[in-house]
Design a protein around this ligand. Structure first.
Ligand SMILES: [Zn+2]
Length: 213
């Protein structure tokens, strides 16, 4: 899962195009039960200084263009934006190659992160599906997925995540204990691929824990 030596900066897109991508990915993730009730949130980079993010309190499988808000990466999030917007903003500021960030609250991400939070990370080894993550080219590798404790103080949580991920430039995702998964990519398609692959990899781990009991 090593990052390329020079990661290209994503091409700028319009708010309308970003909204279309976000509405589409919301439907895709919702039918897979990754964002139950009104949970989860998604964002798309617009340019070097702006991103589009989902409004809070709406079902992510039923998003419309008006639910997608444009915001400045260096300003406080606008009223009505997702409560977890800070967790998106720092990723765009810290990683110029990030084009999209997807946050899910699936059953497996909440359960496994809760069960394994004492370890601080989840080590994924030997699975063919690891090749769906970043630039990983072989199953003969170990991918570490950091598990952060949950925190209702989102700016404080975002500062902690930002500080720790600075030491993990290859990371494409992390878990928040009892809460869910954050995954990102150099395009919306890559962010979606990382999310789906990780949801399956987490399921492998949870099923393995069951059979080893
Ligand atoms: Zn959340």
């Amino acid at each position: 899962m090593s990052a390329p030596a020079v990661a290209p900066t994503p091409t700028a897109i319009s708010l309308a195009d970003a909204a279309r991508e976000i509405v589409e990915v919301g439907r895709f993730l919702s039918v897979r039960n990754f964002v139950p009730a009104t949970s989860g949130n998604f964002s798309r980079r617009l340019d070097a200084n702006h991103a589009a993010v989902t409004r809070s309190g709406v079902d992510k499988g039923e998003l419309v263009d008006a639910d997608i808000l444009a915001l400045d990466l260096h300003a406080p999030p606008p009223p009505g934006s997702s409560a977890e917007t800070h967790l998106h903003l720092h990723l765009y500021r810290d990683r110029p190659h990030v084009a999209a960030v997807l946050h899910t609250h699936s059953m497996v991400s909440a359960l496994l992160s809760q069960l394994r939070q004492g370890e601080g990370e989840l080590l994924l080894r030997g699975y063919e599906l690891l090749k769906a993550l970043g630039d990983t080219r072989t199953h003969e590798t170990t991918v570490s997925l950091r598990i952060f404790p949950n925190d209702q103080d989102i700016p404080r949580l975002a500062a902690r995540v930002s500080e720790e991920l600075a030491r993990r430039p290859e990371a494409v995702a992390y878990l928040i204990a009892g809460h869910g998964l954050y995954a990102w990519g150099r395009s919306m398609a890559e962010a979606r691929r990382h999310t789906v692959a990780l949801e399956h990899l987490l399921t492998y781990e949870l099923e393995t824990m069951k059979v080893r009991r």
